[in-house]
Design a protein around this ligand. Structure first.
Ligand SMILES: [Zn+2]
Length: 321
């Protein structure tokens, strides 16, 4: 695999290698026009300010483009290697402050870059459909209105709580404890979404869009899950209040009825968010999106970086045309 070999961390401090990596990942079968997909393109020299950035012209639609056109890396002043290293550090879950320090950036620039990269990931991450056995659950994350001190003051900031899970159903955006709704296929992928509230009419459309009809769904006995059967999902519930965490329904020694998978995932999420103290509600969905992607690709380190670059060199529909 050419891409994996090129993804040596030392290569990332070399702009030429960064562009090679982008070309290899973006066009594994050779350069094609991002406007009309034609492979008939000619090279048209290099970018004036970035000598490694190859320019092209399509001989079919006559449009011009370059290595970065339509990707998240287009149109920025920082060298490509700084973006790549930033992404690598994000994969290692460094905070914006740590990334600024490592890359000699001021914290505003580092924050802008990580925000753009997170947005790019959220826009491009593949749509997930869950089936088999799926667990649904909610958690509450403390996240205020960063950069909107007047809004926070108006509401009166409550004491910071460390617990990810608060009192049931009480978390709302206004109270700085936005609910996170999670759907997770056992030994499979996860989908997490920040919600304005936890109500049946909020989670219903999300569930229907994400979980294949007929999938067995496990939840606890919270009443928002009361209509799952009606929505087309065989529904099993576990009753936490009765001290019943896992129930062996058919008596074969395996406890099928539990939501331990998603609860384990919440503790991974809690650890992942810990270095990013004071993530605002506005930014929280971006952090959730990255973590969802990281979890679902099941890769770490350089392999994760490869998956992130591959995702980010995919043009979004609105950028491609
Ligand atoms: Zn073309």
């Amino acid at each position: 695999m050419v891409c994996a070999r090129m993804l040596n961390i030392l290569n990332l401090i070399d702009d030429a290698r960064c562009f090679e990596t982008v070309r290899a990942m973006r066009w594994p079968q050779g350069v094609t026009c991002p406007h009309c997909q034609s492979p008939q393109v000619t090279k048209q020299g290099h970018d004036e300010s970035q000598p490694e950035r190859q320019k092209y012209e399509c001989t079919v639609c006559r449009k011009r483009f370059d290595d970065l056109t339509g990707t998240i890396f287009a149109g920025h002043h920082q060298p490509l290697r700084v973006w790549m290293l930033c992404l690598y550090f994000m994969g290692l879950n460094l905070s914006n402050e740590q990334i600024a320090h490592e890359l000699d950036l001021n914290s505003d620039d580092a924050q802008k870059m990580t925000t753009q990269l997170r947005e790019g990931i959220v826009e491009r991450k593949p749509k997930v459909v869950l089936s088999g056995e799926v667990e649904c659950d909610e958690a509450y994350v403390v996240a205020g209105h960063k950069g909107k001190p007047e809004e926070v003051k108006k509401k009166g900031r409550p004491g910071r709580r460390r617990r990810l899970k608060g009192k049931r159903g009480r978390g709302t955006l206004e109270k700085e404890k936005p609910p996170i709704f999670g759907m997770m296929q056992r030994s499979g992928e996860v989908v997490i979404t920040m919600l304005p509230n936890v109500q049946q009419n909020t989670i219903g459309p999300l569930i229907k869009r994400t979980i294949a009809k007929g999938t067995v769904v496990y939840t606890d006995e919270y009443d928002i899950y009361g209509r799952l059967t009606e929505w087309g999902y065989p529904h099993h519930t576990v009753c936490h209040s009765a001290g019943e965490f896992a129930r062996d329904e058919d008596g074969d020694g395996f406890c099928e009825v539990h939501v331990n998978t998603i609860e384990g995932f919440w503790s991974l999420l809690r650890s992942w968010l810990r270095p990013h103290r004071g993530v605002s509600q506005e930014k929280l969905p971006l952090y959730l999106g990255l973590f969802e992607f990281v979890h679902n690709v099941r890769k770490r380190g350089k392999a994760l970086l490869g998956a992130l670059i591959e995702l980010l060199v995919t043009p979004t529909p609105q950028n491609a045309g």
